[in-house]
Design a protein around this ligand. Structure first.
Ligand SMILES: Nc1ncnc2c1ncn2[C@@H]1O[C@H](COP(=O)(O)OP(=O)(O)OP(=O)(O)O)[C@@H](O)[C@H]1O
Ligand SMILES: [Mg+2]
Length: 247
């Protein structure tokens, strides 16, 4: 049984239109919410000595569950008392505004297209309504997302917000679709690859891993989304694997 009906698994605009399902808020005792907490813990174990401050979730292709996983894992960090900034860096297929019911007139694109002195971060970063969690929506769709994400301004922005938060979590575009994530990953402490069970092809995962290596990103692990089987709660299962020594 699914938590909600799956429409077109391959290319879905569901979360863009209606927001991602926040099971970690709606039903924190649900086994699926517990799985998100396990993912959080395993990511933490990947870097015990040096806490991760900037992490992104990506995938090979579209609609593999990045936005759903990113928002829920970010919430589990907030729920354990960390100050979290969740950034919608998927400038082409943004979801944070619908997920948290916040406006999208201003957002990351506004930050990246304004002079640093002109930006009042308190105007663009929004309280999500979930304790400890602030969100920065994507903002209007720009003509040049890769360029913006790879800009000096993006680096300066991340440097500016890092002291304010314990962890910055980014929802970023799929690796094989656009170059945005490759451009951005060098500015981050690590990247987690979301793989959709039964949908993502092995070759696509290998290619995505290769691209992360080329961009010198640190692959922290995999989230296996939508796993069926006995361990999968309501057909909405998540698993976590380690990535660095993968082929
Ligand atoms: N485990 C799951 N079980 C059922 N439906 C799921 C699961 N994970 C994601 N979905 C659904 O699949 C669709 C795509 O999910 P989501 O938007 O989170 O993926 P995405 O990778 O961010 O997509 P995009 O590439 O468009 O940004 C949505 O309709 C979402 O509700
Ligand atoms: Mg998405």
């Amino acid at each position: 049984m699914g938590l909600f009906k799956r429409k077109n698994k391959k290319y879905s605009t569901d979360t863009m239109d209606n927001g991602a399902m926040l099971i970690t808020v709606a039903d924190p005792k649900n086994p699926v919410a517990e799985q998100f907490r396990t993912i959080r813990t395993n990511i933490h174990f990947m870097s015990v000595d040096k806490p991760l401050r900037r992490v992104a979730f990506t995938s090979s292709n579209v609609s593999e569950g990045k936005s759903t996983v990113t928002a829920n894992v970010a919430i589990t960090w907030a729920q354990e008392g960390k100050r979290v900034l969740l950034i919608d860096a998927d400038l082409r297929r943004s979801t944070l505004n619908t997920t948290f019911g916040v406006p999208n007139h201003h957002g990351l694109t506004t930050v990246l297209t304004s002079a640093v002195s002109e930006i009042d971060l308190s105007q663009v970063i929004i309280d999500s309504g979930v304790e400890n969690l602030d969100v920065l929506p994507a903002g209007p769709v720009p003509p040049n997302p890769s360029e913006l994400l790879n800009s000096q301004r993006m680096t300066a922005f991340l440097d500016a917000v890092e002291p304010i938060y314990d962890i910055i979590v980014l929802d970023v575009p799929p690796l094989l679709e656009v170059t945005d994530t490759q451009a951005l990953s060098g500015k981050l402490d690590g990247v987690i690859l979301v793989v959709r069970a039964g949908v993502t092809q092995k070759a696509a995962v290998s290619r995505a891993v290769e691209m992360l290596k080329i961009s010198k990103a640190r692959l922290l692990g995999y989230v296996m989304n939508d796993v069926d089987g006995e361990d999968a709660a309501y057909g909405y299962g998540y698993g976590y694997g380690y990535g660095e020594e993968e082929k």
